[in-house]
Design a protein around this ligand. Structure first.
Ligand code: URA
Length: 194
């Protein structure tokens, strides 16, 4: 990575650390900026930090994160060769959905992360991320697993790991979605499997 790009990452993180663009900045313990390989062709986007993430400052470190690790293993990926971020970088109190205003205030940071990472493929984890990045009013029950090419990036969405913890009946179809993601990654990011 060039020093110009690493400087841009540092500046972006510093802007997020100082951000009070919505009310969530006042109640967070830690900013949850994102984690992983900043040059990865594959980006996973969740909804927003939960309690454990807020305490530890890292995405998907609670129960849903353990399941996400298992899901990554099915695609032959790990935290070291993909990037993981969220639509909002501060925890919505009580794990409620982030509001439209909170999402709008934070999305510019995610767009900047996407511009720096330049992923070939983005996997939205759940309805909120899919609604923010793929299509407003995205219907996760009907549209999960579909592929959309937008501005040179392939997008898909799968059920959020928290939903899969609550509802085991969604797991078989998610397994099929993961196999489809694995095929797509192999096709367009062969370098990840060398
Ligand atoms: N759920 C999310 O959407 N993101 C996290 O980082 C953790 C749980």
């Amino acid at each position: 990575m060039s020093s110009r790009v690493s400087e841009a990452w540092e500046q972006l993180r510093a802007s997020c650390e100082q951000c009070h663009g919505c009310g969530l900045g006042a109640t967070r313990t830690n900013l949850v900026f994102g984690v992983g390989w900043q040059d990865s062709p594959v980006l996973f986007v969740g909804e927003g930090p939960g309690q454990q993430e807020d305490l530890q400052g890292e995405p998907f470190v609670g129960a849903a994160g353990k399941l996400l690790d298992d899901m990554l293993a099915i695609i032959d990926l790990g935290r070291d060769n993909c990037y993981i971020a969220n639509v909002v970088k501060c925890r919505p109190p009580g794990n409620r959905d982030p509001s439209e205003e909170e999402q709008a205030a934070c999305l510019t940071y995610l767009y900047e992360q996407i511009a720096l990472i330049q992923p070939k493929l983005i996997v939205c984890l759940g309805r909120i991320a899919a609604g923010a990045l793929i299509q407003k009013d995205y219907r996760i029950t009907r549209q999960h697993g579909q592929w959309i090419l937008k501005d040179g990036i392939w997008y898909t969405a799968i059920y959020h790991p928290s939903a899969l913890l609550r509802d085991l009946s969604r797991r078989p179809e998610t397994f099929l979605d993961l196999l489809s993601i694995r095929e797509k990654v192999k096709e367009i990011c062969p370098e990840l499997y060398l």
